[in-house]
Design a protein around this ligand. Structure first.
Ligand SMILES: [Zn+2]
Length: 97
């Protein structure tokens, strides 16, 4: 009577651990997990302070990495000085040739 024919379902309804979250979270936020896995991940995070802290850190690292990927700005006049130096050197070597 209490059997819903869900033997397999019952076996799949495992609690996932914090280690699982660390492994799965990247895929989770990319949307690469199945709906079922994503539900496991999100429901674990909801009730686990450690994993909430992990997620906060993870998102922070992603945000920092994004800002680091922005190309560094060359100081003003750097290119001009570089070109001038090259021209001078080329001019000398050309006139001597
Ligand atoms: Zn956890």
């Amino acid at each position: 009577m209490s059997d819903f024919g869900g033997h397999m379902l019952r076996e799949q309804l495992v609690e996932i651990t914090c280690n699982d979250i660390e492994e799965l979270y990247g895929d989770y936020r990319e949307g690469d997990l199945s709906k079922y896995e994503a539900t496991l991940v999100s429901s674990h995070i909801e009730q686990c302070e450690e994993c909430q802290a992990f997620v906060d850190t993870y998102e922070l690292v992603i945000a920092v990495a994004k800002t680091l990927q922005a190309p560094p700005r060359l100081p003003d006049g750097f290119k001009e000085r570089l070109r001038k130096g090259l021209n001078e050197r080329l001019g000398i070597s050309l006139s001597e040739a």
